[in-house]
Write a protein that binds this ligand. Structure first.
Ligand code: PLP
Length: 412
């Protein structure tokens, strides 16, 4: 079994350009508010290094982000499958627009409030992958659909479909709907007869338009090792894939067969009829995804680069063998595996306390003092992003733009 430090060392070596990035120093400490005064046409007209930002600061490396957009596009280019990235990961209108500009056919949202916020910023091609089960949320979804012909809503229960049709009628529209077919037991109608019956019901309800189905397998995304993930994911999707075939054979308009995530983006392409992958994390990556391994490297998933980081400052260096930083649970969440300190595999980072992170020196010797800055790869990108108002878009360490996290905190 590998020890945490050898695992960290391996991952760090595999995914970072190590010490070249590690340039801690005392710095000015710009806030987002100070920088926003210098934004012209969405770009910063000030030569600010990310190391001068006040911390904790959420950063995205634009070279790596663009590399990830291109990797997804080229990874799917030879297939008939498109991408419809899940915006639950970044919650950021600016990034959603870059995804569309790089060829994605639309975006997904998990929450109706997320869809509202992104629609307000001009994003229209939205597939809402969660069924709304309360009357209030159904009404909100139908209010979006009324103003946005490109909005598609998931349903997974006959009662829900009837309520949706009634709400669509009240809004004076016919709403586009996909049936969420379960892979596993989290959400969705069970594959087979129940899913087929629901699709037929949607197709006959007066104010709904059946557009197809989604089948997302959350349990397959982080299966370690490409071969194991591929075999299991393709097996687990079978009941949903057969349901798709039955819908099609029954004459239903299954123009959408959506699903898949970052871990299965190049696996779901083998499912007949599959139309688009909903990968979300690919754009940022995190320590959870780095560990799963890919087709090129069974140990480290290198298809996408870790573009998202959190900058943190050392706030206490009195005690031998340890440091305290300003990035704890509220900056990094409590997810595992722990954050990786870029360029310093001998540092074991724990985000255990609310406001503070703890670094234990394992086999590291690098001295640090109060005020030094470090850069971290986060455990799980989605919930970390939700902790920040803005993300600093950087290129070669220079801050190019300050992007609002448009749907930050939109969890309803
Ligand atoms: C329905 C659905 N689609 C797509 C995704 C994106 O997955 P990932 O971030 O692993 O690419 C998720 C993530 O939880 C999801 O719930």
């Amino acid at each position: 079994m590998t020890s945490p430090s050898s695992r960290r060392g391996f991952l760090t070596a595999a995914v970072t350009s190590a010490a070249a990035l590690w340039t801690p120093r005392r710095a000015r400490g710009f806030t987002a508010r100070e920088l926003s005064a210098h934004v012209v046409d969405g770009k910063l007209d000030l030569g600010v290094s990310k190391w001068e930002l006040d911390t904790p600061a959420l950063c995205v490396d634009l070279d790596k982000l663009e590399q990830n957009l291109a990797a997804l596009r080229t990874g799917l280019a030879a297939t008939r499958v498109a991408s419809r990235p899940h915006a639950k990961t970044h919650k950021c209108a600016a990034i959603a627009k870059l995804q569309l500009a790089s060829g994605s056919i639309g975006i997904c949202t998990a929450k109706v409030s997320e869809a509202e916020a992104l629609f307000a910023e001009g994003l229209t091609k939205i597939l809402m992958t969660t069924a709304n089960v309360t009357r209030a949320k159904i009404a909100r979804a139908m209010a979006i659909a009324k103003r946005n012909r490109d909005f598609v809503q998931a349903v997974d229960h006959p009662d829900n479909a009837r309520e949706l049709s009634a709400a669509a009628k009240a809004a004076g529209i016919t709403a586009d709907v996909v049936v969420d077919v379960a892979v596993g037991t989290r959400t969705g109608v069970p594959a087979g007869d129940q899913a087929l019956a629901l699709a037929q019901l949607v197709d006959t309800l007066p104010n709904l338009r059946f557009r197809g189905m989604l089948a997302y397998d959350g349990g397959a995304q982080h299966i370690k090792g490409y071969r194991a993930r591929s075999e299991q994911a393709l097996e687990r999707i079978q009941p949903a894939a057969q349901t798709y075939e039955r819908m099609k054979a029954g004459g239903l308009n299954v123009e959408i067969f959506s699903g898949g995530g970052t871990g299965t983006y190049d696996i779901m392409t083998k499912v007949p009829g599959f139309t688009d992958v909903q990968a979300g994390s690919y754009v940022f990556m995190d320590t959870q995804y780095l560990e799963i391994g890919g087709a090129r490297d069974e140990a480290v998933f290198t298809d996408f680069a870790p573009s998202l980081t959190v900058l943190t400052t050392v706030v206490n260096a009195y005690f031998p063998g340890r440091l305290t930083t300003d990035a704890g649970t509220k900056a990094l969440t409590l997810n595992k595996p722990d954050p990786i300190v870029i360029g310093e595999p001998g540092f074991a980072y724990t985000a255990g306390s609310d406001e503070f992170g703890v670094i234990r020196y394992e086999n590291a010797t690098k001295p640090c003092k109060v005020g030094d800055k470090l850069e971290l790869i986060v455990p799980h990108c989605d919930p970390v992003v939700n902790e920040y108002d803005v993300v600093y878009a950087t290129r070669k360490d220079r801050v190019e733009a300050v992007w609002p996290i448009t749907a930050r905190g939109k969890s309803q």
